[in-house]
Design a protein around this ligand. Structure first.
Ligand code: AMP
Length: 279
C-alpha cells in the first residue's frame, strides 16, 4: 500500500493511474477504523481497479470542540488494517493540505432543507463541514466511484444531492451497516463506551426494529411511541427517533413511501446514531 501525506504527491501518483483509464474507488473516513470501514473498502476493492482510502478528522464538521478533541485516533493500527485488507492507497493529509490558506473551499449549493432535519437540528453547521470536506477530497482524488456507509444515512443523502447539484461524474455507492453480533452499529465512537454503556447501546437497534415491525399495522407516530417504550428504565438520552422519506428526509406521510427510521441518542456521554430502511 502507498501512503501519501501530501496532496501533491497523491496527485502525481494518480495522474499515472488515470492515464491508464483504470477505475478508482474512494472511501473517505475519519480513521479509528473498524470492520464497517473495512467492509466499505472491500466492496471498493471488488468493484474497482484501485481503492483509495483517506483518513482525515475534519475539524469543520465538528460543532463541539471537545468532540473533535476526544475523537479516537489510531493511525498505526489503521495502517496495519488497510495493508491487511489490500487497500492500494492511503491518503492522510494535514489540515493545511485540505484547507490551504486562501483557497475557497465552502460549497455554495442549496441543500433544499436536507440539512435542517435530524442531525442538522442537533449539530448546526455539521453538514456544511461534511459537504466541504467531501468536495475537497473529491477534487483531490477525482474517483470514479465513491463509497459511503448507510450508517450515516443523512450524510449519504446530502452527498448524493451535492453530486447531482454540482453534476460531478462520480457514481455513489451506499454500503449496508456493519453491526456487532448484538446488533450495535459499528462506530469509531463505540470504544468510548464504558462496559455499562456498551451493554445498553444495542437498545438503539432494538428500537429501530420495534418501530419497523410496528409500522406494519400502526401509523408512524404510534410505531415511534412503541419504539420509545423500550427506553423505559434505561440510561439513554434520546435526541430523535423519526420515520422519514428517504429522498426528502421529511416525516413519512404515506405507508408506501420508501422510508428510513433514524435514531440518535447519548449513552454514557457518547453520541450514537443508527437507522434501518423500511421498504
Ligand atoms: P467515519 O470514519 O465515521 O466518518 O465513516 C467513514 C465511512 O464509513 C462513512 O461513509 C460511514 O458511513 C461509513 N461507516 C461508518 N460506520 C459504518 C458501519 N457500521 N457500517 C457501514 N459503514 C460505516
Amino acid at each position: 500500500m502507498f501512503l501519501f501525506k501530501k496532496a501533491q504527491a497523491l496527485q502525481a501518483y494518480l495522474e499515472h493511474i488515470k492515464s491508464t483509464n483504470q477505475c478508482v474507488g474512494f472511501v473517505p473516513t475519519m480513521g479509528a477504523l473498524h470492520q464497517g470501514h473495512l467492509d466499505l473498502i472491500k466492496q471498493s476493492i471488488e468493484d474497482c481497479d484501485y481503492t483509495i482510502c483517506s483518513i482525515f478528522v475534519n475539524p469543520t464538521q465538528f460543532n463541539e470542540p471537545s468532540d473533535l478533541e476526544k475523537y479516537p485516533r489510531t493511525p498505526a493500527k489503521d495502517i496495519a488494517l488497510l495493508e491487511r485488507v489490500g487497500c492500494d492507497v492511503l491518503f492522510m493529509p494535514s489540515v493545511m493540505d485540505v484547507y490551504p490558506p486562501g483557497l475557497p473551499t465552502q460549497v455554495n449549493i442549496s441543500f433544499k432543507g436536507l440539512d435542517e432535519v435530524m442531525e442538522g437540528t442537533f449539530r448546526p453547521g455539521h453538514f456544511e463541514g461534511v459537504a466541504q470536506v467531501v468536495k475537497r477530497l473529491l477534487d483531490l482524488v477525482q474517483p470514479d466511484q465513491l463509497y459511503l456507509g448507510q450508517k450515516d444515512f443523512q450524510q449519504y443523502r446530502i452527498v448524493q444531492h451535492m453530486l447531482e447539484q454540482l453534476q460531478l461524474p462520480i457514481s455513489l455507492i451506499m454500503a449496508p451497516i456493519s453491526r456487532d453480533d448484538d446488533g450495535l452499529a459499528m462506530s469509531s465512537r463505540n470504544v468510548r463506551l464504558s462496559p455499562k454503556g456498551r451493554a445498553t447501546a444495542p437498545v438503539l437497534y432494538q428500537i429501530l426494529q420495534e418501530v419497523r415491525n410496528a409500522l406494519d399495522s400502526n401509523p408512524p407516530t404510534e410505531a415511534i411511541e412503541k419504539g420509545k417504550s423500550l427506553l423505559d428504565g434505561k440510561e439513554v438520552k434520546l435526541e430523535y427517533l423519526e420515520v422519514v422519506n428517504r429522498q426528502s428526509l421529511r416525516t413519512m406521510v404515506s405507508s408506501d413511501e420508501p422510508a428510513v427510521i433514524c435514531i440518535a441518542a447519548w449513552i454514557d456521554g457518547v453520541r450514537l446514531i443508527d437507522n434501518v430502511l423500511v421498504n
